[in-house]
Design a protein around this ligand. Structure first.
Ligand code: HEM
Length: 393
């Protein structure tokens, strides 16, 4: 006699509903470990980017070595992109699990199922919003970094519960060749032929490799010729390198080209300054070769020439400790990145410049004319363009 519960066992709940041998515990475990690594790297590098841009009191970011952020953020985007085929493959391998009977076997099982909501939802959102952001497509009205940041905590929380729940079966599956399929009986009854597990893993690895090589050239110069899918070519843009926001978009053209322009140096200083361009040009200049590492993963290194911020602060009689840093304000009337904070280490670094020139040419308006902040080891969004004011805090 068939019980009521058994009668409900229809469609994908039916025994033998999934026949592919690729729904295997071992494949799920291998892909899970790979995703654990890429998500771990993404989370740590993303968290670092967040802390640099919104530093809590306990966090101090160094200005040296100058190129650390370009490596960490390049890695963030590269491991994020590599996670796309890994996640798609993983979801396909394990989705028969969602149709297990009974759907909920115990309280622990219910909690483990529940943790999949932030894990899968958060992961899909992170990968989608990340890719949309690097191709500069914003089909939403919320703040991308804030939503991406909170989604990463949700996904990582879900991932930790998932790792706890699956640690034993992962160890078992990785311990011996050909561990049980996700739906054992079904796989045994499944058709012969088709893609082998090894072939499937090879295809996923090839997709990861091709996607990585096709995009990473925006951060790793020697690969730029192969990176057909890279959202940015670091050689393309005004003066031969990219911009994210033009002077026109920032509505700053009139203010930046006004002959009455003055750089203000104010705040906790003995002698506030209001310097014209001629006065700035008459100050001792310094040259520094430094990268602009974009939060979107691309970076470009250029030789900049300008006035060291430390000299301007000394001339204004700022106290040497610069305890609470220096606020750098753009002429840009509105925008999420119109101000940035220089912490004491960056403000004191001799290579932190208000640049007037790049590669021996006057700075183009789209690159921040009349003055652009250039500072070692800081995201491009913190290298404020069209600087109008420094305020010692
Ligand atoms: C294709 C995948 C991904 C891409 C392209 C991507 C891209 C980005 C970009 C462009 C930023 C900089 C945002 C900004 O400061 O304006 C960022 C920040 C961040 N990402 Fe991702 N990401 C991806 C996946 C992930 C994943 C899987 C995680 C976590 C597991 C993650 C965690 C973070 C965190 C915590 C931040 C810092 C957000 C903030 O500044 O508040 N990302 N990501």
């Amino acid at each position: 006699m068939i019980g009521r519960a058994d009668r409900l066992r229809r469609g994908p709940f039916r025994e033998g509903a999934f026949t592919s041998r690729l729904h295997s515990e071992r494949l799920g475990a291998i892909l899970g470990v790979a995703l654990g690594v890429t998500f771990g790297v993404c989370f740590l590098t993303g968290l670092l980017s967040h802390l640099i841009q919104h530093p809590p009191g306990w966090f101090h970011w160094t200005s040296r070595p100058a190129g650390v952020y370009r490596v960490t953020q390049g890695l963030h985007v590269a491991t994020g992109v590599a996670s796309i085929p890994l996640l798609l493959a993983k979801l396909w391998v394990v989705y028969p699990h969602l149709w297990r009977w009974p759907p909920i076997a115990s309280v622990a099982h219910a909690l483990e199922r529940l943790s999949l909501v932030p894990l899968v939802g958060g992961s899909v959102f992170l990968l989608f919003s990340g890719v949309a952001s690097i191709i500069r497509w914003f089909p939403w009205h919320f703040s991308f970094p804030r939503a991406h940041y909170w989604a990463s905590w949700a996904a990582i929380g879900g991932l930790l519960v998932h790792i706890g729940a699956k640690a034993a079966s992962t160890r078992r599956a990785l311990g011996r060749e050909g561990a049980a399929p996700v739906v054992a009986a079904a796989a045994e009854a499944g058709p012969e032929g088709g893609l082998s597990r090894r072939g499937f893993l090879g295809a996923v690895a090839a997709a990861v490799g091709v996607l990585t090589v096709a995009t990473v050239g925006q951060a790793v110069r020697p690969l730029s010729g192969l990176s057909a899918l890279a959202p940015r070519d670091p050689d393309v843009g005004p003066q031969g390198f990219p911009i994210n926001r033009t002077a026109h978009e920032a509505k700053v053209e009139r203010l930046a080209t006004d002959p009455a322009y003055r750089l203000l140096v104010e705040g906790r200083v003995a002698d506030p300054l209001a310097l014209s361009m001629d006065e700035l040009r008459a100050m001792p200049m310094r040259e520094a070769t430094l990268p602009i590492p974009c939060v979107d993963g691309w970076n470009v290194s250029k030789t900049w020439r300008g006035v060291p911020v430390a000299d301007l602060l000394a001339r204004a009689g700022a106290s040497a400790d610069l305890r609470d840093g220096v606020l750098v304000e753009s002429l840009e009337p509105k925008g999420a990145y119109r101000v940035s904070m220089l912490d004491p280490a960056h403000a004191r670094d001799p290579d932190t410049l208000l640049a007037l020139e790049v590669e021996g040419e006057p700075l183009a308006l789209d690159h921040g004319f009349p003055l652009r902040l250039i500072t070692p080891n800081a995201p491009g969004v913190m290298q404020t363009k069209w600087v109008g004011r420094l305020e010692v805090r």
